[in-house]
Write a protein that binds this ligand. Structure first.
Ligand SMILES: Cc1ncc(COP(=O)(O)O)c(C=O)c1O
Length: 382
């Protein structure tokens, strides 16, 4: 069994993917051009935004989004400490400062009720606040309307890190089209994944779109005419063609992932009710980039050890909150700074999840899980 079975997905779409790759090689259009434009048009239509810009990765997309808002050294951006490092890394990379707000322990996303107080305190301290960078973790959006409202009160830009949530619904809209800029990733294991790195930036703002297009090719507007200091952050054409071939099946895959999530939750609630299954907030859907549960009582690592021994694949997203990573020690934020994020890091565990997992495989996972819980619970009682 695999955590994400990309081989099984390939077997299902083999002809479409092979012919998409061969077409690029035959045409020898390896850099930008039609394959990237076709994907940009298809995904912009899907999300219902005016501009989609293919970039080298989700990280590149976040970096370019911050560059397009002209984030300057010393300026501050609110974000979550419970995410993949890239979210905060790009802020720090531009010599700006990530200001963390703790998460809601049910959704694992930014606790919107804390953002206002943090912003007010930072403003009082004379900080130059510029933006909010919420993450739609595990495939579910935070309360984006609330975040946009707070941002407009304080005159801030909102960039949604939608690297795990492409296809997720928030009210009647889609992730990536919920704020000034949305950024997703085509990392191979993402719900819409390439066969290498890739990403896409979405915006309705024509000026920001132009700037991102310019920055992704060395700040170039006309050939060898460099208007800005940019970088090479283009979406690879072969990756664009692969993602477009997979996109034809994307809605079916989301449905399959959601059905698999329902099946997992039913099994867990029936057999091991001590375990907290994912909660989807009102008026939202999740694309289940991860199906992530919580194992309370300090038993997560023992359960993980048992699963490993039994050959059941799993992952921990994420074992260390960002503020406790050595790379961020300069911020001076020790343990206890964000208790919900720190507790989540000790309790979460993600189970195998992809559109081709079978109910039988899920039952094997949960049976093993049940045994793991039994063993660790019994050990704890001794
Ligand atoms: C929340 C989040 N942000 C950013 C990224 C970075 O995306 P990429 O790996 O495409 O650079 C990822 C992907 O792993 C992610 O999960």
């Amino acid at each position: 069994m695999k955590f994400v079975d990309l081989g099984r997905q390939y077997q299902n779409y083999r002809q479409e993917i092979d012919s998409a790759i061969h077409e690029i090689i035959k045409e020898s259009r390896f850099i930008l051009g039609k394959p990237v434009e076709d994907l940009e048009t298809a995904l912009a239509d899907y999300v219902k935004v005016s501009h989609a810009i293919g970039v080298g990765s989700g990280t590149d997309g976040l970096l370019l989004a911050l560059m397009a808002m002209d984030l300057k050294p010393g300026e501050e951006v609110i974000t979550t400490p419970f995410t993949f490092i890239a979210t905060a890394e790009v802020i720090a990379f531009l010599k700006a400062k990530p200001v963390f707000v703790d998460i809601n322990p049910k959704s694992f996303n930014l606790d919107t009720s804390e953002i206002r107080d943090t912003l007010a305190a930072r403003q009082k301290a004379g900080a130059r606040m510029r933006g909010i960078l919420p993450v739609s973790l595990y495939g579910q959006c935070p309360d984006m309307d609330e975040i946009n409202e707070i941002a407009s009160e304080f005159g801030l830009v909102v960039i949604e890190d939608a690297c795990q949530s492409f296809g997720a619904r928030y009210k009647d809209r889609l992730s990536c089209g919920l704020s000034d800029i949305g950024v997703t990733s085509f990392f191979p294991s993402k719900p819409l994944g390439a066969y290498g790195d890739g990403g896409m930036v979405f915006t309705d703002d024509p000026e920001k779109a132009d700037m991102i297009r310019c920055l992704r090719v060395h700040g170039q507007k006309a050939r060898y005419q460099h208007e800005e200091i940019g970088l090479n952050a283009r979406l690879d054409s072969i990756q664009a063609a692969i993602v477009l071939a997979k996109f034809a099946h994307f809605d079916d895959e989301i449905k399959a992932r959601q059905e698999a999530a329902i099946h997992y939750s039913e099994l867990i609630n029936r057999k091991i009710p001590e375990i907290q299954t994912p909660e989807i907030m009102p008026e939202r859907t999740s694309v289940y980039a991860q199906y992530t549960i919580r194992i309370p009582g300090g038993l997560r690592d023992q359960v993980a050890g048992f699963l490993k021994q039994e050959g059941i694949p799993f992952a921990i997203h994420y074992p260390n909150p960002v503020h406790l990573q050595p790379a961020f020690k300069g911020l001076g934020l020790g343990p206890g700074s964000f208790p919900h994020a720190e507790r989540a890091a000790e309790e979460v565990l993600s189970l195998p999840m992809h559109a081709f997992i079978t109910p039988e495989e899920q039952e094997i996972v949960i049976d093993c899980f049940e045994r793991a819980i039994g063993v660790t619970w019994t050990k704890k009682l001794k």
